[in-house]
Design a protein around this ligand. Structure first.
Ligand code: ZN
Length: 229
């Protein structure tokens, strides 16, 4: 029993870390967001809502500079202020913004946003617990191995999620009559907008599949869906 105590302590610590992280994320989003109001975008989200048999799709602006879209575990969808600014100054079209919203809707519909919360918050818990166990057999090395394994697992999970959310978005965009064109053109722009060419790649992009890979996947789906003439 005594031998188990450190393990139980680690598990308890992991659980506390997880709860704290969920709470902190929700608080941050609540404090720094407002509903997005843009006539042209609303026209497009209304078309997607109709395709999904929903009254409307609510989108929020998250007041941070980095260009990103995100789906919260409670199902809310956010576009960052930095991204919205790119749309406002004409660098990104309304249809391209709609493709981001469709992608985030995909994360919500497929249950990723909940799981991802577990990814983010749970990563620490897994790292601590696994590290604690491994370190008993490999003193000093255990932590490093646990850390590497946890990161690998998280990256793999999120790449899978991205492809699934892209597929959902493609289907929704086609059904709403917007088409997959904006989805593909945005990927090309995203690399520039997020400055990934400059070597200062934001962390969220690191876990994302390569742009070319994502475009190729969309085109493979198109080939299956659309009649070829
Ligand atoms: Zn995504």
């Amino acid at each position: 029993m005594l031998k188990l105590t450190p393990l139980l302590l680690l598990l308890a610590y992991g659980l506390v870390m997880y709860r704290f992280s969920v709470w902190r994320t929700k608080k941050e989003l609540d404090e720094k967001s407002t509903e997005l109001a843009d006539r042209k975008l609303k026209e497009l989200t209304d078309r997607m809502a109709k395709a999904l048999d929903l009254d409307r799709i609510r989108v929020n602006i998250y007041e941070i500079a980095p260009v990103n879209g995100l789906a919260a575990p409670d199902g809310r969808i956010f576009i960052t202020r930095g991204f919205f600014d790119q749309y406002r100054n004409g660098k990104v079209t309304a249809e391209e913004m709609a493709s981001v919203i469709a992608h985030e809707l995909g994360h919500v519909a497929l249950g990723h946003s909940r799981r991802r919360m577990i990814d983010f918050s749970g990563q620490n818990a897994i790292r601590m617990t696994l590290g604690g166990i491994l370190n008993r057999f490999l003193p000093g090395l255990g932590w490093a191995i646990a850390s590497a394994l946890t990161s690998l697992l998280a990256a793999k999970l999120s790449r899978q999620d991205e492809h699934e959310a892209d597929a959902y978005a493609s289907a929704l965009l086609v059904k709403s009559g917007i088409g997959t064109g904006p989805q593909k053109s945005l990927f090309a722009k995203l690399e520039k907008l997020t400055g990934s060419g400059s070597g200062s790649q934001p962390a969220w992009l690191l876990s994302h599949p390569k742009t070319a890979e994502r475009v190729a996947a969309i085109e493979a789906r198109e080939a299956r869906w659309l009649p070829n003439d």
